[in-house]
Design a protein around this ligand. Structure first.
Ligand SMILES: Cc1cc2nc3c(=O)[nH]c(=O)nc-3n(C[C@H](O)[C@H](O)[C@H](O)COP(=O)(O)OP(=O)(O)OC[C@H]3O[C@@H](n4cnc5c(N)ncnc54)[C@H](O)[C@@H]3O)c2cc1C
Length: 464
């Protein structure tokens, strides 16, 4: 049973005129950008509202709520689980014009922004003050702060800073009925009862639209150093042992630890150093950063590794971004092969790569399966398992549901999560019960019912 969108009606031409009286920027033509996403899926958005103030957001929501029209909340549209994809005829509310950098308190490192601000633009503004965001991701050039908060985005610095929600000092959110909740505390230490803002972080636009945020931002470390190494052997004795060594030798300066398996490395091409990880191996990217030079820490770490390990170090901006580019190219190369079945899961580290091996054993010999790769933020137990399907074959729903079942049953048995960082959206809705007990799903539905009784916000997504 889904949370109550049954009374919603389709958008009518008269709604365009009514909405135009409430929000200055209403689009009904040239809206393809809002009806398609990264994977080429299309959605049923009929009209796009682009508010410039919280009042316009509130008025549009009030109208949709009283008229029983579904609303899709729109940030940068880089989400990977269909969160912005409307199944029924809906209104989209895009935050793109609510994109101002409002304030920075340099001494506390707390930045106040409107949530349509693009992550990279925030990072550039913060860099002027030697600050940065407590998270970073490959989609930084397009994703918005609102989308990041709504998905509690993870990314490459999780190993150092932990989840984004831990750094959020305050938010402003608009409920389905148009009520504006001011949860914009200025203080990081605030134990005045229940911390209501946390229910909006990670709720993927189903409980309210986040319009403003205050985020605690750490110092931008002046010194960085990146090593890319190639390891031969099994996952536990190579990647996990190397992670242990990195923690011991680099300590609190360790800011990223990423791995790509041999299949993935083969697809991206030779490592930037000319090293060639064999099919059975792994490429590992390690980053250290700090307020003093970290090159010696990376050198010390490399010295602790067996002589057979090959590695290359980048300490200037150009060579470091070349090494990062190698890591970030993998999902792009995979997508270019054909449709990808993407699993973004977390598992206890020792169980993590067994899943890739098991899936390969079971499916790799099928003619319609082109490539199976495992990569991800191994320091956080976050595996991205991507399976590229051969475009010469018709999509096969029974293969896809069989594989999903295998993956998520394994995750459930190991006590992992079916969504480590991308959220639930439309794609993982039916699988939620692999990660959440029935009683938890029931209370989540009750919360949705209380805050959005007509079920207008992102219907059919995230809440089962
Ligand atoms: C190349 C690439 C790399 C990526 N790497 C990572 C990664 O490392 N880690 C990671 O966590 N994710 C990653 N992602 C996924 C994606 O970038 C994140 O989920 C991101 O946080 C989404 O932000 P967005 O602004 O694009 O949100 P959208 O895609 O627009 O929306 C995502 C969800 O949030 C809701 N939403 C958007 N704005 C608001 C708002 N203001 N208030 C309430 N709800 C809102 C939407 O309705 C939707 O359900 C990656 C994506 C790509 C394409």
């Amino acid at each position: 049973m889904q949370a109550g969108p049954c009374i919603l009606r389709a958008v009518r031409p008269s709604d365009f005129k009514n909405l135009s009286a409430l929000c200055a920027d209403i689009k009904v033509r040239d809206i393809e950008r809002y009806t398609s996403e990264w994977f080429g899926r299309t959605s049923n958005i009929k009209v796009v509202a682009r508010p410039r103030s919280v009042h316009e957001v509130s008025d549009v929501l009030k109208y949709c709520n009283s008229s029983g029209i579904g609303v899709t909340v729109f940030g940068g549209n880089t989400g990977l689980v269909g969160g912005t994809m409307a199944e029924r005829s809906e209104v989209a509310i895009s935050t793109e014009f609510m994109n101002r950098f409002l304030e920075i308190d340099v001494s506390s490192g707390i930045a106040t922004v409107e949530t349509g601000l693009i992550l990279q633009n925030l990072q550039e503004r913060l860099a002027i003050h030697h600050l940065t965001t407590p998270y970073d991701l490959g989609a930084r050039g397009s994703c918005t702060i609102g989308g990041n908060l709504a998905t509690n985005a993870g990314g490459i610095n999780f190993i150092r800073h932990g989840p984004l929600r831990a750094h959020v000092v305050g938010i402003e959110a608009v409920l389905a009925n148009g009520d504006v909740l001011d949860l914009m505390s200025k203080s990081r230490k605030d134990n005045c009862g229940i911390d209501l803002k946390q229910i909006f972080i990670g709720s993927e636009g189903t409980l309210g639209i986040i319009t403003k945020a205050r985020i605690h931002c750490p110092s931008l470390h002046q010194y960085r150093s990146v090593a890319l190494i190639s390891l031969k052997g099994d996952f536990t004795s190579t990647v996990l042992e190397t992670l242990k060594k990195a923690k011991e030798t680099i300590g609190e300066s360790l800011s990223a630890f990423e791995f790509i398996d041999g299949e993935g490395a083969e697809l991206v091409g030779p490592l930037p150093s000319g090293m060639d990880p064999k099919y059975s191996g792994f490429a590992v990217l390690v980053e250290a950063s700090g307020s003093a030079s970290v090159s010696d820490k990376i050198e010390n770490f490399l010295e602790q590794l067996p002589d057979s390990v090959e590695g290359v170090v980048g300490s200037d901006l150009e060579s470091m971004s070349k090494l990062w580019h190698y890591r970030e190219l993998l999902p792009v190369k995979m997508a270019s092969l054909g449709h990808n079945l993407k699993y973004d899961i977390s598992l206890p580290q020792r169980e993590l790569y067994k899943l890739v091996e098991g899936i390969r054993l079971r499916y790799a010999n099928r003619p319609d399966v082109l490539k199976i790769v495992g990569y991800g933020h191994v320091g956080d137990g976050n595996l991205h398992l991507n399976v590229a399907l051969d475009p010469q074959f018709e999509r096969n729903p029974s293969l896809e549901s069989d594989m999903s079942h295998s993956v998520y049953s394994y995750v459930s048995e190991c006590g992992g999560s079916i969504s480590a960082e991308h959220g639930i959206g439309r794609d993982k809705l039916e699988q939620l019960f692999f990660s959440k007990p029935t009683v938890v799903l029931e209370y989540t539905r009750a919360l949705k019912k209380m805050l959005d009784p007509n079920g207008i916000l992102n219907p059919g997504r995230t809440i089962l």
